[in-house]
Design a protein around this ligand. Structure first.
Ligand code: ZN
Ligand code: ZN
Length: 348
């Protein structure tokens, strides 16, 4: 089969690899029908994730058709169309029993395209298939569903739920990439009064307005915090969602959160940030962190089926799976290409 293989920092190739086989009774082999590229894949290619070694097939998002299941798989059979979760879960360990699947103690968590071969390939092996795959409902848009592998649950769980967004809240989302926009879409479940999007890129701010942002702030002049405070009459925001992962954007969140508010960190940080505890100690502020657990995926699926949530709006480009290298070029030049999510389609 063909697969997108990581060969060390800066190096990747679309090349021939052996088709995966079952290794455990709880495995399934899935023929990939749709996959996508995540910002995390770009981090891996920069060498920021040293756990990913030379020869690893990348990708942790996708949807496909079950090709083969092990004897221990009871919920799926050959021919079933399935959504692949970015988080693998055994469903049995203490962490999984707490619905903290990202910390699965039996070798699950984020492993696809990280510690084991991933979804940017013609076939992928999915461990713990019963608890890591979701049946694709009939008649639903499959491109849209791929957004539920990772970015929708990430924006919702780590941003909106950890941030405790409530009706009437003023919410700022710092970072209008796909995950920030996923937080913007899912924050609307709770009817906040104001949804302020902060980003450097005017195109992304325009998209954010179309997806429900009530106000937008371009942070290019380094004055985003002042601007957000001005927009809120000096009050600041109830919830600041950090969706970039650099010190400057975390600082904006610390500077704009109001007393009793929440800073929900979603961004993947590569460098330390300084915590302004000398200002925050008196503010009754809660700061949360997290990796997505995907325990909300069944709920999000229902809302997509009911058209209450339209993640398809995050897809800007479509490529054939064979053109994955072109898709990487487009996604890596997101600002120039006006790219959010790219979909890769295979023939399945
Ligand atoms: Zn991802
Ligand atoms: Zn587990």
């Amino acid at each position: 089969m063909k697969a997108l293989v990581y060969h060390g920092p800066g190096k990747k190739a679309w090349e021939e690899r052996p088709k995966p086989g079952l290794q455990q009774a709880t495995d399934a082999i899935v023929k990939v029908a749709r996959t996508t590229i995540c910002g995390t894949d770009l981090h891996i290619l920069k060498g920021d994730v040293p756990e990913v070694t030379d020869g690893r097939i990348l990708g942790h998002e996708g949807l496909g058709v079950v090709e083969e299941v092990g004897s221990g798989v009871s919920s799926f059979k050959k021919g079933d169309r399935v959504l692949i979760s970015c988080i693998t879960s055994c469903g049995k360990c203490p962490a999984c029993k707490k619905a903290m699947y990202s910390h699965c103690q039996n070798g699950g968590g984020w492993i696809l395209g990280h510690l084991i071969d991933g979804t940017q390939a013609e076939y992928v092996r999915i461990p713990y298939a019963d608890t890591s795959l979701y049946a694709v409902p009939k008649g639903v848009d499959e491109d849209a569903l791929v957004m539920l592998s990772d970015i929708l649950p990430t924006g919702f769980e780590v941003g909106v739920l950890n941030g405790k967004v409530k009706p009437g809240d003023t919410v700022a989302i710092v970072g209008g990439g796909p995950v920030g926009l996923a937080a913007l879409l899912t924050a609307q479940f709770f009817s906040p009064a104001e949804l302020i999007m902060v980003d450097l890129d005017d195109n992304r701010l325009e998209v954010a307005k179309k997806l429900g942002a009530t106000k937008v702030v371009n942070s290019g002049d380094g004055k985003a915090a002042e601007k957000v405070l001005a927009l809120t009459g000096g009050e600041g925001v109830d919830v600041a969602i950090e969706a970039v992962g650099i010190p400057a954007t975390f600082d904006i969140c610390q500077d704009i959160v109001t007393a009793g508010g929440h800073v929900a960190n979603v961004g993947v940080h590569g460098k330390p940030v300084s915590l302004k505890l000398e200002k925050l100690w008196i503010q009754n502020v809660t700061i949360t962190t997290g990796l997505v657990d995907t325990n909300t995926t069944p709920m999000l699926l229902k809302n997509v089926v009911a058209s209450r949530l339209e993640p398809k709006k995050l897809i800007t480009h479509t490529f054939a799976l064979d053109d994955v290298l072109k898709a990487y070029d487009t996604f890596a030049n997101a600002a120039k290409e006006k790219a959010l999510k790219v979909i890769l389609r295979a023939s399945a």
